[in-house]
Design a protein around this ligand. Sequence first.
Ligand SMILES: *[C@@H]1O[C@H](CO)[C@@H](O)[C@H](O)[C@H]1NC(C)=O
Length: 253
Amino acid sequence: MAFSLRHVAFIVFLLVLCETSARAATFTSSRAAYYPNSDQGGTSVGACGYGSFGVNLNGGDVSAASNLYRDGVGCGACYQVICTNSNICSTNGVTVAITDSGASDSADFILSRHAFSGMGQTADSGASLLSLGAVNIQYQRVSCNYPNNNLSFKIDESSNFPSYLAFVIWFQQGTKDVIAIQLCETLNFNCKLLDRSHGAVWAVVSPPSGGPLSVRMLLSDGIDGDETWVVPTNNIPQNWKAGDVYDSGIQLN
Ligand SMILES: *[C@@H]1O[C@H](CO)[C@@H](O)[C@H](O)[C@H]1NC(C)=O
């Protein structure tokens, strides 16, 4: 009897150990492929709607995501992606920003060529990776890193002053998602909720007018329901123009 009790205690101990290490391991196992086109960096036609900004974003280390695209909520999120072949893969892998939606070979990520080969220890091992086409990886969400930029609002070319306003968020750091955006004119504080038109593009018909526009962003960590409204220092000017980029004056972390 005493023996079996000790046995049970040992099993409980093992279970606790497993639980603890499972929580400590933040990486998820998956597969990664790369864009078959010959471009080194990203794509200007990604589903997130970044346009040409998506080509060189994050030094061209960008990716299409399948499940992680999350109907556009995943646009702009960054992931550390590490391939698992220790002979050719570096220990830190690459950090990529999501700019597109796509799936291939049951891969969670379709990386740019630059990012895919960047998982190698050297240029040669990067070339070996490319010849494999798709590889096993581990990934985790990390903060994007844009040391030279504040979070900014790029007024989408589809906008039509003053009746239709659409914009994309550029240079979003941190590991939280923007799940809602409210636009308020700063004269009488009439506010309107924006819709996620597609990807990272937020839009509203008949935006509030009568003053500069304050952008209120609802951030979510997606895990424990923690949601916070963030209001940048800078407003979008009253006479906003399609194609212009407005610096929010803040950065997230
Ligand atoms: C970010 O915004 C602040 C104002 O809040 C400004 O002083 C700073 O120069 C901006 N940083 C960059 C990198 O543009």
